[in-house]
Design a protein around this ligand. Structure first.
Ligand SMILES: Nc1ncnc2c1ncn2[C@@H]1O[C@H](COP(=O)(O)OP(=O)(O)OP(=O)(O)O)[C@@H](O)[C@H]1O
Ligand SMILES: [Mg+2]
Length: 270
């Protein structure tokens, strides 16, 4: 791991451009991520979130612009960048046949670290996977897999971690488990760049939120700053759909005296 301490932001992106054939996906992307911060990159499907992450993780070359990660240029110092980061992709990369503990030990061995068993046990504990540690990953829930995936990405203490849609496809409970895992990383001073399509996820986790749209960052700020971009909240009256219970009560003649198929105010009982 590169332990060189750097001044300035952990990630600095300027004028990043990328096209696939005729498709100009990034058209001049600029942002900074302060060290130790959680930064959420939001955008709809195809906005270019994964493309941006892949460029920052040195897996893809930009057509124009510059990007530094942990003080190293992704184009000219890619080996140093790779030593400083870890990347958890959009789809969990854990081995199904192995147990959770075996997955962790494997990665620690591949990174030539001392005492892989102790590293594995420590991470299992931190991510509440100790009880499941010796079970095959094939038996894990989606949330457990994702947590293991994030735990694996922390082996070797990278300075910056990239999480590409860490909660995609998870149910609400598993999502909260993964949020706790991300908060764990941030609590230890790791810089986190995550991509997401969920505004709520960004609200929960991020110090700063940026929205990627049509190839550019159109909004970049704290949650409080983003909220100020919208007009003050107004009270609106919305037609309420009846609940199944209200329909049932109306049909059996005990609910609202009005027509049971009406969607207007079913609040009162007749
Ligand atoms: N290797 C490739 N070759 C051609 N087009 C690509 C390639 N990779 C991505 N694209 C296109 O670039 C655009 C941006 O893709 P990208 O995966 O970066 O978006 P994303 O914001 O991560 O989307 P999602 O939310 O679906 O993950 C999409 O239109 C995609 O089809
Ligand atoms: Mg993506």
């Amino acid at each position: 791991m590169v332990t060189r301490s750097i001044a300035g932001p952990a990630i600095r992106v300027r004028g990043l451009e990328k096209a696939y054939g005729g498709l100009h996906v990034l058209r001049g992307v600029d942002f900074d991520v302060a060290r130790g911060n959680v930064f959420a990159l939001l955008g709809s499907n195809g906005a270019g979130k994964t493309t941006t992450v892949r460029i920052l993780a040195t897996l893809l070359k930009a057509d124009a612009g510059t990007a530094d990660v942990h003080g190293f240029d992704v184009a000219t110092q890619s080996a140093d960048v790779r030593e400083s980061i870890s990347l958890t992709g959009q789809f969990a990369a854990v081995d199904e046949i192995l147990s959770g503990r075996e997955n962790l030990v494997l990665v620690a061995r591949l990174r030539h670290l001392k005492d892989p068993g102790a590293i594995a046990d420590d991470l299992l504990r931190r991510f509440s996977l100790t009880d499941a540690g010796t079970r095959k990953v094939a038996t894990y829930s989606g949330g457990m897999r994702r947590r293991l995936d994030i735990a694996m990405s922390l082996i070797g203490n990278p300075s910056v971690i990239f999480l590409d849609e860490p909660t995609a496809g998870l149910d609400p409970e598993a999502r909260i488990e993964v949020w706790d895992a991300v908060k764990q990383c941030a609590g230890r001073g790791t810089t986190v760049l995550l991509t997401t399509q969920y505004l709520e996820e960004a609200e929960q986790l991020a110090d700063r939120i940026a929205i990627l749209h049509q190839g550019r960052i159109i909004v970049d700020g704290t949650l409080a700053e983003l909220k100020q971009l919208f007009p003050p909240a107004t009270v609106e009256y919305v037609e309420k759909q009846p609940t199944l219970e209200e329909i049932f009560l109306a049909v059996i003649g005990r609910g609202d005296r009005r027509d049971a198929t009406s969607t207007n105010s079913h609040g009162g009982r007749g």
